[in-house]
Design a protein around this ligand. Structure first.
Ligand code: FES
Ligand code: FES
Length: 167
């Protein structure tokens, strides 16, 4: 596949579908998707922790698949679909169920890493369901191992994800 060579200091227009709405913004090639979402498009639900792919706080879904926004350049999502925790259309049943379960189980805690955990969990649970699998607690904990929660209260988070997995 041929990719265009982007001028380092030039502003490029990125057009994407963000949470079901067509959006566009200007960016230099080096800007991270996490910063583009927060500062150019005002989608501040996506949080930034480590900025090198370890903590998982910045996880969004790109074309339906969970991805680290801090390991993705904004120009890479041109023409693609990006979903964040805001999900203003309310058209993601699994994500909505997870948000409600997190409230019931007091799994939000300080909320800093919650957006990323919700986005990973929604993607993962949808794939589990598509494969006809109901994950057990060990599988949920394995999935969550991609996220570092500084509040450390993993048990309510596991319980919330388990509730949706078994629904
Ligand atoms: S901010 Fe992206 S993984 Fe930590
Ligand atoms: S909920 Fe506070 S860092 Fe995870």
């Amino acid at each position: 596949m041929n990719h265009p060579v982007l001028e380092r200091e030039a502003l490029h227009t990125v057009r994407l579908t963000l949470n079901g709405r067509t959006r566009s913004g200007q960016t230099r090639p080096r800007l991270l998707l996490s910063d583009f979402l927060r500062h150019e498009l005002g989608a501040t639900g996506t949080h930034v922790g480590c900025e090198h792919g370890v903590c998982g706080a910045c996880t969004v879904r790109i074309d339906g698949v969970a991805a680290r926004a801090c390991l993705t350049l904004a120009v890479q999502v041109d023409g693609r679909q990006v979903d964040t925790v805001e999900n203003p259309g309310g058209n993601d049943a699994v994500l909505d169920a997870l948000k409600a379960a997190f409230k019931r189980h007091h799994a939000l805690q300080c909320g800093f890493c919650t957006a990323g955990i919700l986005m990973s969990s929604a993607d993962w649970l949808q794939r589990q369901r598509a494969n006809g699998q109901v994950p057990d607690e060990a599988a949920v904990r394995d999935m969550l191992s991609g996220h570092l929660c500084r509040c450390t209260g993993y048990t309510p988070i596991v319980n919330a994800v388990m509730e949706v997995a078994r629904a």
